[in-house]
Write a protein that binds this ligand. Sequence first.
Ligand code: FE
Length: 211
Amino acid sequence: MNTKAMYKLSYGLFVCTAVQGAKMNGCITNTAMQVASEPNRISIAINKANYTHDMVKETGACNISVLSKDASFDIFKHFGFQSGRDVDKFAPELLKDIAYKLADNGIPYITTGTSAYFSLKVDQEVDLGSHTLFICEPTAMEVLSDTPSCTYEYYQNEIKPKPEKVGTTVKGEPVWRCTICGYEYVGEDLPDDFICPICKHGKEDFEKLVR
Ligand code: FE
């Protein structure tokens, strides 16, 4: 079995936002898609470790903003590389140039670097272990720009900065590179419980390189 086949699947990239009480939050996901047309259904799988996951589960609603090729790395960093448990992602001093508006459902959608948004109401939930699959009814949707949408491949090749070297390596010393953000760990073995300090992904998202 060649697990590299997993990399041949194509994905879009999205900001999933939710509101619970006074808290507005959002995360990056690659799993939004239309899964039925009659009735129209959009599914989104969210990792249970994300604070946004709990907010969607408890409120039964979210918005999906479709990232376009205009999206800067800052948007991915802002929504993807920090947790809403630790920071207020909608604090103006943290959002800086990232603009948003409130949809009719009271949930923000991102207007910077995006091509469309959807307001979703959760219709069904499927527990998938690491993730919950939310199958949703779209209650609103608008086109925001004609810029082509950003695929995961485009993000990897064109938006994500080339990896920064962490520490100095002598020739032949193995490096473990995070395939999500490019962080590099130097050493023969990466501990099984290692969590990337930049993007918080685990060992399964690291690849071992020998230079
Ligand atoms: Fe990482």
